[in-house]
Each structure stands twice: as structure tokens, then as C-alpha cells.
Design a protein around this ligand. Structure first.
Ligand code: AMP
Length: 260
């Protein structure tokens, strides 16, 4: 696997691959790769001739009081996870390669995402849409792989691809969980051992609420029973239960299709 750190190199490599008739799969991540990311990379490697993984902790999608500075980073481990999962390229640019001169003058604003994650994290999805649009333009992927773990983000990316006519198929992939149900997340590593145990409350709340007449209330009750957890939201949107909670200082999200 080759590691690149400049957008123009990535573009050149992937333009050449497509010109040679190879399909390109893209897996955008913020690094600290875990089994959830690996499942996306493996799927891309199965379905595409060449898979590029991007590792970029995008400052635009973090609010001023969020964990940008403490977000976990381990490029050596990312390289070995991505290699083992079948990636051919890993693109890990510095911030000034993605945003020369600081904040970009052009950003992508996504309308209608001002509920749940959008409301809790103002500007977050604009940051996501802007960096994903840039990565689509640099990489020109045939398919791009995103996790259902970030269900609202998946919706934003699908909308971005349709509304801005990116010639990419956005592929949603199922959530990978630890054996006790906790969804794999780069932020799980920030939990203390007691917080790690408490963090299963998100999954416990989702499974307890599925099929209940008042799932929002049931999720809130389960979270209230966990002393280390503070509920941010518990909602039902279309066929999904969505939950966000803080465990100590770490904010986690999860979701589940009703009836699963
Ligand atoms: P992140 O590095 O957290 O920004 O995530 C990069 C991609 O991996 C996003 O499309 C996420 O939805 C996806 N992802 C993160 N965690 C999981 C998981 N547990 N299962 C499946 N996909 C995931």
C-alpha cells in the first residue's frame, strides 16, 4: 500500500487508475482505524479494483468546544489496518494541503439537517459536506463507502452526491460492534475502563426500545439508569432509533433500525 500526503498526488494516481479502466473505491475516515473502518475498506476492496482510504481529522467539522485537539491519531496503526483490509492507497494530508491559507472561502451548506446531530453540533454537517466534496473532487471515486453508524451523515453525503451531481455511488455499510454491543468508534479509546463498561448503555437503550410503544421514553429511561451517562438525544426518525449520550467527557452516538 502507498501512503500519500498531497492532494495533487492522489488526483494523479487515481486519474491514471481510472484512465487504465480500473474502478476506484474511496473510504473517507478521520483515522484511528478500527474494525468498523476495516469493514468499509474490505467491502470497497471486494467491489472496486483500487481502494483509497483517506485519513484526515477535518477541523471544519469540529465545534469550538469539541475534541479536535484530543482526537486520537496513530498513522502507523492506520497503515497496518488499511493494508490488511486491502487498501492500495492511504491519503493522509496535512491541514494546509486540504485548506491552503486556513478556512476555505467556499463551503458546502446542507439545508434541513438542523435536528439531532445538526442541532447538537452547529456547522458540523457543513464541515462534513465540504470535506467530502473536496475528497470526491480529488479522488473521483466510482463508489464511496460510509458507515450506517453515522446514519445522519450518510444521509447528508447521499444528498450531497445527488444535489451536486457527483458521479459516485454512495454505499452505506452496516455498523460493526464490539462483542458487548458497543459500536466501534475511534472515540471509544478515550473511555476509562469504568466508562467503557457504562458506554454499552447506548446499545442497551436501543435494543430495549425496539418494539416498545414509546421508544423515546424507553431509551431515556435506560440511559437515566446509568450514572456515568448523560443523554443528549433519543429520537425516532423514519424507521430508525437514534441516540447520543455523553459518557464522562466522551460523546458517543448510535442508531438502530426498528424491528432489527
Ligand atoms: P470516522 O473516522 O469516525 O469519521 O468514520 C469514517 C467512516 O467509518 C464513516 O463513514 C463512519 O460512518 C464509518 N464508521 C465509523 N464507525 C463505524 C462502525 N462501528 N461500523 C461501521 N462503520 C463505521
Amino acid at each position: 500500500m502507498r501512503v500519500l500526503d498531497r492532494g495533487d498526488q492522489l488526483r494523479k494516481e487515481l486519474d491514471a487508475a481510472r484512465a487504465a479502466g480500473r474502478t476506484v473505491g474511496l473510504v473517507p475516515t478521520m483515522g484511528a482505524l478500527h474494525q468498523g473502518h476495516a469493514s468499509l475498506i474490505r467491502r470497497s476492496a471486494r467491489e472496486c479494483d483500487l481502494t483509497a482510504v483517506t485519513v484526515f481529522v477535518n477541523p471544519l467539522q469540529f465545534g469550538p468546544s469539541e475534541d479536535l485537539d484530543s482526537y486520537p491519531a496513530d498513522l502507523a496503526s492506520d497503515i497496518s489496518v488499511a493494508t490488511a483490509a486491502g487498501a492500495a492507497l492511504l491519503f493522509a494530508p496535512p491541514v494546509d494541503d486540504m485548506y491552503p491559507g486556513g478556512r476555505p472561502g467556499v463551503t458546502v451548506h446542507v439545508a434541513g439537517v438542523d435536528m439531532l446531530e445538526g442541532a447538537s453540533r452547529p456547522g458540523h454537517f457543513d464541515g462534513v459536506a465540504t470535506v467530502v466534496a473536496k475528497l470526491f473532487n480529488l479522488a473521483g471515486p466510482c463508489r464511496a463507502y460510509f458507515g450506517e453508524k453515522d446514519w445522519q451523515q450518510l444521509g447528508v453525503v447521499r444528498r450531497l452526491a445527488v444535489d451536486l451531481s457527483f458521479p459516485v455511488e454512495v454505499v452505506g455499510c452496516p455498523t460493526v460492534r464490539e462483542p458487548d454491543g458497543l459500536a466501534c468508534s475511534s472515540r471509544n479509546g478515550k473511555l476509562s475502563p469504568t466508562e467503557r463498561e457504562a458506554a454499552t448503555v447506548l446499545y442497551r437503550a436501543l435494543t430495549a426500545a425496539a418494539g416498545e410503544p414509546d421508544p423515546r421514553r424507553r431509551m431515556a429511561e435506560v440511559v437515566a439508569g446509568e450514572p456515568l451517562a448523560t443523554l443528549d438525544y433519543a429520537e425516532v426518525v423514519e424507521d430508525r432509533l437514534l441516540i447520543a449520550a455523553r459518557i464522562g467527557g466522551v460523546r458517543l452516538i448510535d442508531n438502530m433500525r426498528v424491528g432489527v
